[in-house]
Design a protein around this ligand. Structure first.
Ligand code: AMP
Length: 466
């Protein structure tokens, strides 16, 4: 899970990248980094573990001179959580410094890496993205864009990329378009970012999305559309709309907020809760869904759970041990709203079931007499191999338990999940346009056996981390 940004043709590009990363913080909270390239083609990098606000102090930004910059926020989906895996990657390269920031997961990275190591490549990190850097460097093509193309021909899976080679910025989305990327204009320069909310914060005007297979070259105020990568059937990640993206963003030509409201309305149609006194969300990702549910059923919308905003997403903490305890740190019920009430709780998804179970206990302790749990997506039955952090199949409650068993595990009076069809209807457009593999098991690429093992392997490079 990552957020990426690229800026070119604008003085102090690193400062804009920094602000953009602030808006993309929800896409990854383990590490962040910026590489800036100055007028002489000198690249400077700063990367750190933690939140954007902790990593970039004023003197650090002042040192990142230049009108070209790429930035990244990361939560590991491939490779462990160490500084060596923080991005952007920066390498000395025959065409000038090469910086790369990647959102997505390469499904054949384990095999490619093994081949490269056999041929003598020395890796600095355990992240799948470094494979791309090596493949670009090994290309025998003459032009940088052909070197990138050579590399992309070898990789499979999901990639939205911002790359700088020398002072030129490239923006690329894989042929299936798993992850979003949007192009914006600011003054005479360009900004590309994972979501429109990153353009909004710096005052850039959204121009259009970078479409599946697009390969853009941005240099100063020039924009060149290079030949597209081989076209594949689109597989936009539906989970971006359900959970991952911010509701104030436009993703895959859709307002995330509008889709989430529609998800709530579909959920209400499929799983009404007659006789309930109120409905509320598990803030913040399901706020718009609870609103849609309330609109469709007429059940009063309440704010019954208050979220402490000074804690990261509980799920985002890799250690399972801390998760249940963190629910209490993160959410507190409003007793006056809940006491003596029959309530409907709307959440966007259930992953392991640990958050939901702990929340239900809190809600009951606060005096609710009936708890009806509604989930605005189907049961998650398989991991994502394309860039969303989901645990192994064994940890996914939807993979091993029936809905009746999950209801019992959560301790709720009723449980309703939105159907796959309902979710796709709410997303609008063509159902075939989406990847919903984590719900349906319908993976659009081959999943090599070694991938699952590699995702959860022990850190390879712990010794060089700091
Ligand atoms: P769980 O207790 O594991 O079922 O967590 C469910 C909660 O995690 C829901 O409220 C979701 O909003 C949130 N969630 C779903 N997917 C993810 C993810 N990939 N990363 C972080 N949080 C998630």
């Amino acid at each position: 899970m990552c957020g990426i940004i690229g800026v070119t043709g604008i003085p102090d590009a690193a400062r804009l990248a920094y602000l953009g990363l602030y808006s993309l913080q929800h896409r990854g909270q383990e590490s962040a980094g910026i590489v800036a390239v100055d007028g002489a083609g000198v690249a400077r990098s700063h990367r750190g573990m933690g939140l954007v606000s902790d990593i970039f102090a004023e003197p650090v930004l002042a040192g990142l001179a230049g009108d070209v910059a790429v930035g990244h926020t990361r939560y590991s989906t491939a490779g462990s959580s160490v500084l060596a895996n923080a991005q952007p990657m920066l390498a000395g390269y025959r065409e000038g410094p090469l910086a790369l920031a990647h959102n997505g997961n390469l499904t054949n990275a384990v095999q490619l890496r093994a081949d490269l190591v056999t041929k003598g490549s020395i890796f600095q990190s355990s992240s799948d993205s470094e494979v791309l850097v090596h493949l670009i460097a090994r290309s025998e093509a003459r032009e940088p864009e052909d070197q990138i193309l050579d590399a992309l021909e070898r990789v499979e899976g999901a990639y939205s990329l911002v790359i700088t080679i020398g002072r030129t910025l490239y923006a690329i989305v894989d042929g299936r378009g798993f992850r979003p990327l949007v192009l914006g204009r600011l003054g005479r320069g360009w900004v590309v970012a994972s979501e429109t909310c990153a353009l909004d914060i710096i005052g850039a005007t959204p121009c259009r999305e970078v479409e599946p297979g697009e390969f853009l070259r941005l240099h100063g105020d020039e924009l060149d559309e290079l030949p597209r990568l081989p076209v594949k059937p689109s597989h936009r990640c539906i989970f971006e709309l359900v959970y991952f993206s911010r509701p104030d963003s436009t993703v895959f030509h859709r307002s995330v907020d509008r889709v989430r409201r529609a998800l709530g309305r579909e959920l209400a149609r499929e799983h009404p809760a007659s006789g309930a006194d109120c409905v509320f969300s598990v803030p913040d990702s399901s706020n718009a869904m609870a609103l849609g549910y309330s609109e469709a059923t007429g059940i009063k919308l309440e704010h019954a759970l208050i979220r402490n905003h000074y804690v990261g997403r509980t799920f985002i903490h890799p250690a399972q041990a801390g998760r249940t305890a963190k629910v209490k740190i993160k959410f507190n019920p409003v007793r006056e709203v809940l006491a003596g009430k029959k309530v409907v709780v709307v959440d966007d998804s259930i992953v392991r079931g640990t958050t939901s179970r702990a929340l239900v206990q809190l809600i009951r302790q606060a005096g609710a007499t009936e708890v009806h749990f509604r989930v605005a997506s189907p049961p998650i039955t398989g991991p994502c191999y394309y860039g969303i952090d989901t645990p192994t199949k064994g940890e996914l409650i939807g993979a091993s338990h029936s809905i009746a068993q999950i209801r019992e595990h959560l301790g709720v009076d009723s449980l309703g999940y939105l159907s796959l069809e309902g979710m796709l209807r709410a997303a609008g457009g063509e159902p075939a346009e989406f990847c919903h593999a984590c719900f349906s098991g319908d993976y659009p690429t081959e999943i090599p056996d070694d991938l699952e093992r590699a995702r959860h392997a022990a850190p390879l490079l712990a010794a060089i981390s700091s």
